[in-house]
Ligand binder design. Structure first.
Ligand code: PHE
Ligand code: ZN
Length: 879
């Protein structure tokens, strides 16, 4: 091992800051060969800190210090220490001004943290700890200051100069340069600072708030993207209205800006008044964006906007509290998306992600609580657990309190903590105080890692007419946590009679008209519930709407699942029954001979779905999607990926064969007539067509081939064009595949977002995405190692979605990924550390695979100059 071990940071060691910053005055001189940053901090000792006379400690990273002055006098070399990762001034007065000048090189910043360049423009990314790459500063979220920012740059190359807040001055300078000064009246932590300078076009709009204030809305994009802003702008206005209506939150500044940049490590960033987006999460047009992209954009625009309250006005005390803003904001954006479209479909999508990826994280070596107790590199904790499980935890509070009390709780939270940096515990306390409910046991959801397993047993006493449920919970051990306590689990359920009618849930012998649905509150390791007055043994509908992020175990028979698929009044559970049935059928075929029979009732059930026009077509579209390989792997004990892949393919082809005519009819019926629409119905129809096409093409059906070619040629939107391309690429029609890929690329080669789709269709394809072809894609002129989206769309998609190719028994996929991760670690450690995830799950796989995965990880561990990001993930995975 050649790297010094990075330090572990513990929540238990939290101390309030010794110094506070009231005001920050920044002046940026931007040049082609670097940037000079002048910072003036108004600092005072924190009266709440016990460390009287402590040295002033400012974080720094990759900075060249030019000068330090205290109250106007330049400090001599002996009066401060420039440690590289910190600037320390041993003796300072109670209150003072500190002036620091640093020199940085944005043009060489490939980590994309701090100030960097992306296709010719300057932009910043400061969360979590990027501000210290700009200047020396107490870079922690509980230090909140008012910022004033003056940006100076060449006027020709950078006509647009943006920062947080309102612009208060601008003017011309010598040598063709100009400046703009911005002032943000709201105190904020440094991670919410932003700056943009570029040659951008401006898209204008306005919004009138509930109190009648007019807000200027602005989008800034490169000129070539001017036509791809409308959808995000509308989504922004819908978000602003929704946050007023549902949470009573009004926007606070006079201007709200969104900027699109091509090179970005994450999806988007909620900088105060100046949100910066990954181009792929904000730019869209009918021709270039799929339905999934439109939905993602709407959700992310809303997410970042909602952060203005849940994140900016009330922020995190320290990074252990990250889920305070992320979990709550994801919950808010999911409520918003549910309101804008189909709540059931949105729930299905969220749960699919949670069960596939978050459950896997919770069962892997990086498992951590929603509020972690320690970390080495905070960038590694922007996880599905913090975001998605964190949102589920807030959702459970919502379900326990109900709409009204939850709103009372959120009002209290915002009122009590406005302008503060607080903890997840403060959030729960506000919910408790507003509702009068005791959430002390509920808090364990924040402290204990791991997915609870809820196992259900039932019994029926025909003589007494009593049905019993025995429900046990168990939370598996995770790294560093064993012997966990039972959690407070809201468990929504109902019972159905043999005709599919919901039964009243009478929990005492005397009760008659009990409710048709109950939320059982599980608080003990074991509970028993009895339901009275039942003339026959009912079929249970468990964990309706996925009321808690747990694994349910119950010995469903295939009859019961088929029955629930068509009768459960809970749409989510209808879908879930179908998923469980398909999982059961596929699992039972893993490792069996090619001729083994596929459960015939599966095809019958799908036929019913395909032909019953009275069903909600959006739900049908979801029900027809087979469980993904990633989900099947997550469910397996010791996954043999090629065997799982083969079993799933057999089921898919069997269904395509059996349902040929029904699929064709479904395709014809739903094929779009008339104008392109973006509503839930039209989206469902496109999804049905593309699913039907994909299934038929998997058996190389000639009629489907013609339909696919025709759809590819005549599509007036990207969902259909890409659907046809994907079907062709995944089929055995090799010549068509090549031709389609070629013509698609020719048509869209100047649009990076579409080229990313083009890469990912190939990288995810069992037919086209074998390693030799992946290596070719990396040599393609449109591929760019410096652009995270490109890396993700080839390397990330191959390792994360093309499981059979990645898990090639010869280990070549693992070696490939390890090599790319090492190469990326030198330029962009955050991306390297995310990309390595599939290898970290090595314990999950059958021995022949896991030993090779482990060896690949060990290769990474032995690399020179391992970043802190990768160090933490690789070492924890091998521990
Ligand atoms: N805070 C951002 C969000 O959730 C995500 C992000 C984190 C972006 C870190 C950049 C860096 O919306
Ligand atoms: Zn967020």
């Amino acid at each position: 091992m050649r790297t010094n071990q990075p330090q572990t940071i513990y929540l238990s060691e939290y101390k309030v800051p010794a110094y506070l910053v009231d005001h920050v005055d920044l002046r940026f001189e931007l040049f082609e060969d670097g940037a000079r940053v002048h910072s003036t901090l108004s600092v005072r000792r924190n009266p709440e800190s016990a460390e009287a006379g402590a040295p002033l400690f400012l974080h720094g990273d990759s900075l060249k210090l030019e000068s330090v002055a205290l109250n106007g006098s330049v400090l001599a070399a002996g009066d401060f220490e420039d440690r590289g990762d910190a600037l320390i001034v041993p003796s300072v007065p109670e209150q003072f001004e500190l002036q620091v000048v640093t020199w940085i090189e944005p043009q060489n910043n490939t980590r994309l943290e701090g100030l960097y360049k992306s296709s010719g423009m300057f932009c910043t990314q400061c969360e979590a700890e990027g501000f210290r790459c700009i200047t020396f500063y107490p870079d922690r979220p509980d230090v909140m200051a008012r910022f004033r920012t003056r940006i100076e740059a060449d006027k020709g190359a950078y006509p647009v100069l943006l920062s947080n807040g309102n612009s208060v001055a601008q003017g011309e300078l010598e040598n063709g340069r100009h400046f703009v000064t911005w002032e943000d009246p709201f105190p904020k932590p440094a991670y919410l600072f932003a700056l943009v300078a570029g040659d951008l076009v401006e898209k204008k709009n306005t919004f009138t708030t509930c109190s009648g204030r007019n807000i200027d809305l602005r989008m800034y994009v490169e000129p070539r993207n001017a036509q791809k802003c409308d959808f995000a702008m509308d989504a922004l206005k819908r978000s602003m209205r929704w946050d007023e209506d549902v949470y009573g939150r009004e926007y606070d500044l006079d201007i709200f800006m969104i900027v699109a940049v091509d090179d970005f490590n994450m999806g988007a960033m909620e900088n105060k008044g100046l949100n910066i987006f990954n181009s792929s999460c904000v730019l869209a047009s009918q021709d270039t964006a799929t339905d999934a992209t439109f939905q993602r954009i709407e959700a992310i625009v809303a997410h970042e906007y909602f952060h203005n309250w849940s994140g900016n006005r009330v922020t995190c005390r320290d990074w252990f509290q990250l889920s305070l803003k992320e979990g709550f904001t994801v919950f808010r954006d999911s409520q918003f998306s549910a309101d804008m479209g189909s709540p059931t479909v949105k729930r299905i999508e969220d749960v699919t992600l949670l069960r596939t990826a978050q459950f896997a994280e919770d069962a892997g070596p990086m498992a951590h609580p929603v509020r972690p107790a320690s970390y080495m590199e905070i960038s590694n904790f922007y996880t599905l657990t913090i975001y998605e499980k964190g949102a589920e935890v807030v959702r459970m509070i919502h379900n326990l309190l109900g709409d009204e009390l939850f709103r009372k709780g959120s009002d209290l939270y915002f009122e009590r903590h406005d302008g503060q940096a607080v903890t997840t515990d403060d959030f729960v306390k506000a919910m408790e105080d507003a509702s009068g409910r005791d959430l002390s046991q509920f808090r364990l959801w924040y402290e204990q890692a791991g997915t609870p397993v809820v196992s259900v047993e039932d019994d029926y006493d025909a003589d007494k007419g009593v049905y019993g449920l025995t429900i046990r919970q168990n939370i598996p051990d995770t790294p560093g946590q064993t012997g966990k306590k039972p959690q407070h689990i809201p468990f929504a359920m109902g019972l159905l009679d043999s005709k599919g009618q919901p039964l009243p849930l009478n929990i005492s012998a005397g009760e008659q008209d009990g409710p048709l649905e109950r939320v059982l509150e599980l608080t003990e390791a074991e509970h028993r519930f009895e339901f009275h007055g039942l003339a026959e043994r009912p079929v249970p509908s468990l964990l309706r709407d996925f009321s808690a992020p747990v694994r349910v175990q119950y010995p469903w028979s295939r009859e019961q699942l088929l029955f629930l698929m068509s009768h459960d009044p809970d749409g989510f559970n209808r879908w879930d029954a179908g998923q469980r049935l398909a999982v059961d059928v596929i699992q039972s075929l893993v490792g069996t001979p090619e001729q083994a029979e596929v459960e015939p009732r599966l095809a019958d059930a799908y036929r019913k779905l395909l032909n019953d026009a009275s069903l909600d077509q959006a739900l049908v579209a979801k029900m027809l999607l087979l469980p993904s390989e990633a989900y099947l792997v997550e469910l397996a004990e010791q996954a043999d990926v090629p065997a799982i892949h083969a079993a799933r393919e057999r089921v898919l082809k069997h269904l395509a064969q059996e349902l040929k005519d029904d699929l064709l009819a479904c395709y014809q019926r739903n094929r779009e007539q008339g104008d392109y629409q973006l509503g839930p119905d039209a989206i469902a129809r496109r999804s049905l067509c593309n699913t039907a096409l994909g299934w038929l093409m998997s058996i190389d059906d000639e009629r489907a081939r013609e339909l696919a070619l025709e759809q590819f040629r005549s599509a007036d939107n990207m969902t259909d064009r890409l659907g046809a391309l994907r079907a062709l690429v995944n089929s055995g029609f090799a010549a068509d595949r090549e031709q389609a890929l070629e013509s698609f690329y020719q048509r869209f080669s100047d649009d990076p977002q579409v080229v990313e789709l083009w890469f990912s269709v190939q990288a995810s394809s069992g037919q086209a995405g074998q390693l030799p072809h992946i290596l070719q894609l990396l040599e393609h002129p449109a591929f760019d190692w410096k652009n995270p989206n490109k890396v993700r769309s080839v390397v990330g998609v191959f390792a994360g979605q093309n499981l059979a190719a990645f898990h090639n028994p010869d280990g070549s996929g693992y070696q490939f990924l390890a090599g790319q991760v090492c190469r990326l670690d030198d330029s962009n450690p955050q991306i390297a550390s995310r990309l390595v995830t599939p290898l970290t799950r090595w314990r999950k796989f059958a021995p022949a695979y896991s030993s090779q995965m482990k060896a690949a990880l060990e290769g990474i561990r032995d690399k020179d100059n391992l970043s802190r990001d990768l160090y933490e993930v690789v070492h924890k995975s091998l521990a």
